[in-house]
Design a protein around this ligand. Structure first.
Ligand SMILES: Nc1nc2c(ncn2[C@@H]2O[C@H](COP(=O)(O)OP(=O)(O)OP(=O)(O)O)[C@@H](O)[C@H]2O)c(=O)[nH]1
Ligand SMILES: [Mg+2]
Length: 202
């Protein structure tokens, strides 16, 4: 009997300023729920979710980091272990948008060119916005943003793209990596400190 739980594994991390909605987005994707209150993530959390794309089971191991500067060393440890980096800002808070290039450069400092970068402008459900589409477009044309994908989303209102973001990630993965290329590592690999252990490889 096969013990394989997924055909593809995407290891991702959510980074960005405190309060932009990283936990809310991870919760929306994994549990289809919205958390109304801001409870600052303490250090880092892990969310696991799967979806099917064209008959392929794609598992997401998503590290939900905190924007709190006191935990930045922890965030940096986990940043190194993923291949997909999701940078979140709050469309209703301009300051969180101005920090996006810093987060991108910080993530890039740990990765060669083969990492995937996604930027999410969150809280699109709000009528009040401090960040215009023009500003976002302008940022995305900067050289360091080449190859980076942007989505406008809302963790509160699921009509705003959250599922589509992960569907797009799954599509890219399934269409660019053949099953043979994909390492079949089970849950032991989610602990970055265990990465060198080769704990269980199917
Ligand atoms: N209106 C609206 N509020 C949101 C949305 N996403 C998150 N929030 C609210 O924003 C606040 C902060 O959300 P969190 O998900 O806790 O933010 P975070 O980025 O995880 O914050 P840290 O863990 O401190 O880094 C909460 O009160 C959420 O309910 C959204 O899409 N729309
Ligand atoms: Mg959080």
């Amino acid at each position: 009997m096969s013990t394989k739980r997924h055909d593809h594994l995407i290891k991702a991390i959510m980074i960005g300023e405190s309060g932009v909605g990283k936990t809310a987005l991870a919760t929306r994707f994994a549990y289809q729920r919205f958390i109304q209150h801001h409870v600052m993530t303490f250090g880092i959390d892990m969310v696991i979710a799967t979806l099917d794309y064209q008959g392929q089971r794609v598992q997401f191991n998503i590290w939900d980091s905190t924007g709190d500067i006191r935990f930045e060393t922890i965030t940096d440890i986990y940043l190194k272990t993923v291949e997909t980096i999701i940078i979140v800002f709050d469309l209703s808070n301009h300051e969180t948008f101005t920090k996006v290039p810093n987060w991108l450069n910080r993530a890039k400092s740990y990765h060669a060119s083969n990492a995937n970068y996604i930027i999410l402008g969150n809280k699109a459900d709000k009528t009040f916005r401090e960040v215009s589409d023009d500003e976002i477009e302008e940022m995305m044309t900067q050289p360091e943003f080449e190859g980076v994908t942007y989505f406008t989303v809302s963790a509160k209102n699921n009509d705003h793209n959250v599922d589509q973001v992960f569907q797009a990630m799954a599509k890219t993965r399934v269409e660019t990596i053949t099953i043979q290329d994909q390492p079949k590592i089970i849950d032991a690999s989610i602990d970055p400190l265990c990465d060198k252990c080769h704990c269980v490889v199917l």
